[in-house]
Design a protein around this ligand. Structure first.
Ligand SMILES: [Ca+2]
Ligand SMILES: [Ca+2]
Length: 142
């Protein structure tokens, strides 16, 4: 019986210790096509779509684990820390191959707006997400 209580206490203390490691989740600010508005996208383009993760009072973009980030189902080709909005803090700008992004559910016609959703994790395991409007300029070919 004493042994069981000991094991129970051990399990309990392990759980309590694990709590601070469990990171919070939250919505963050992103900017599709940084500094450009509206965020016009031709889903048939051979190029890349840049998306900035902004550093704000409540989120530090340097805590982002870039390989966990997905934008409309695509993984980033490359990324860089830069102060793209010139507000004095470093943001993360990620580049996605436009044709790897899943526009198919939305791009049945040209010239309309949809939500560009980004998800990812910090190095500490906190899940975050962000969304920005995107203007689809052309219907998706094929
Ligand atoms: Ca933009
Ligand atoms: Ca900045």
């Amino acid at each position: 019986m004493k042994k069981l209580i000991g094991i129970a206490l051990l399990v309990l203390s392990t759980l309590l210790l694990a709590v601070p490691v469990m990171a919070p989740t939250g919505e963050i600010a992103i900017d599709v096509k940084p500094l450009s508005c509206p965020n016009a996208i031709n889903p048939n383009s051979m190029g890349n779509t840049p998306v900035a993760i902004k550093t704000t009072d409540s989120f530090d973009a340097s805590t982002v684990d870039p390989v966990t980030v997905g934008f409309l189902g695509a993984s980033p080709l490359r990324w860089a820390m830069e102060d793209y909005d010139s507000d004095g803090d470093l943001d993360m700008v990620l580049y996605f191959v436009t044709q790897e992004c899943d526009w198919s559910a939305y791009a049945t016609r040209g010239n309309h707006f949809m939500a560009g959703c980004l998800v990812g994790e910090t190095w500490g395991g906190a899940i975050f997400w962000g969304s920005s409007s995107v203007k689809i300029t052309k219907a998706l070919n094929g």
